[in-house]
Design a protein. Structure first.
Length: 304
């Protein structure tokens, strides 16, 4: 080190300051999951303390956090996202000149395989039966469109063209930042006609609660699934089901992906959505091949 030069002095930074920078970064980069990021930050603040210094964020403490969250009943994926958020906070601290290095983080927890929930048609009808009418419209639209939950519940009338029989999702509301067009099949048209009769002059939302309390609205799905004997089902399972049903109906994968807004083929792989007719055909081809081999290998009959 040259004579007279000094080692850089870093300011004293707390976890609260790192969290604030993390949330500001979310706002600056216009990520849509701000509420999720804030919830993760709150969990970290509760455990480590807002005045916690980065030097106290050690592999041992992070492992204790993982163990605590696991005991609280949270999935490995949730815990991994939270510790990744903590890591991002520390990296921001380095970028901003607050920290010299990022603390060492232990390995990520092993996550379960992606959820594979689907609805058979009778199961969808059973759950629907126990839902209040406005939520029936939500599940109908989700089941026949394959759209994400927030894309459905936040649908507005300006996005609906009943005369043209299409719905146009704007890029600003799409998770992939890509707008798309949804042609209105007969079931979807029926749903929107029902919603039009309940249209509010004060609210552009297509799917209003129609007088239901917030609590009733939030618990409607869970209660209906329990009553239908399907307690583990999610509204998002309608999305997987729609994708599978499109493929079963013979719709090309490329078209199905456009309709549902899946940007990559890997998501279809993750859902294990395959063209079952092709699998059946493959099985029949194998049976035919082996049948022919059996005929060739059959020993000649002896004359008595």
């Amino acid at each position: 080190m040259a004579r007279g030069s000094r080692e850089r002095q870093y300011p004293v930074v707390t976890l609260d300051q790192l969290i604030e920078a993390y949330l500001q970064d979310y706002t600056l980069r216009e990520f849509r999951s701000f509420n999720t990021a804030r919830a993760r930050a709150n969990h970290l603040r509760v455990f480590f303390g807002g005045r916690c210094l980065p030097t106290a964020i050690t592999p041992e403490r992070i492992r204790e956090y993982q163990q605590t969250r696991r005991v609280q009943g949270f999935a490995s994926g949730t815990i991994n996202r939270e510790t990744s958020a903590l890591s991002r906070m520390c990296r921001l601290g380095v970028e901003l000149g607050w920290l010299q290095t990022v603390p060492t983080f232990p390995g990520r927890l092993r996550e379960s395989h992606p959820r594979q929930g689907f609805f058979e048609h009778h199961e969808y009808l059973n759950v629907r039966e126990y839902l209040p009418p406005p939520f029936q419209d939500v599940v109908d639209f989700a089941y026949y469109s394959g759209w994400r939950k927030q894309e459905v519940v936040n649908l507005t009338w300006p996005e609906v063209d009943l005369e043209g029989k299409v719905v146009r999702l704007s890029p600003s509301r799409s998770k992939t930042d890509t707008g798309r067009v949804l042609p209105l099949s007969s079931p979807l048209a029926v749903v929107l006609e029902r919603r039009r009769q309940h249209r509010s002059q004060k609210n552009d939302r297509v799917f209003n609660r129609d007088g239901l309390t917030v609590r009733r609205w939030r618990t409607a799905w869970r209660r209906a699934c329990i009553q239908a004997g399907l307690p583990d089902r999610l509204l998002h399972d309608c999305r997987r089901t729609a994708a599978r049903n499109l493929i079963r109906a013979g719709v090309p994968e490329r078209v199905a992906m456009i309709l549902t807004g899946h940007k990559t083929r890997s998501v279809f792989d993750r859902y294990n959505i395959v063209n079952e007719r092709e699998l059946l055909s493959a099985g029949e081809q194998l049976a035919t091949y082996l049948s022919k081999k059996s005929e060739i290998c059959k020993p000649a009959s002896r004359e008595e």
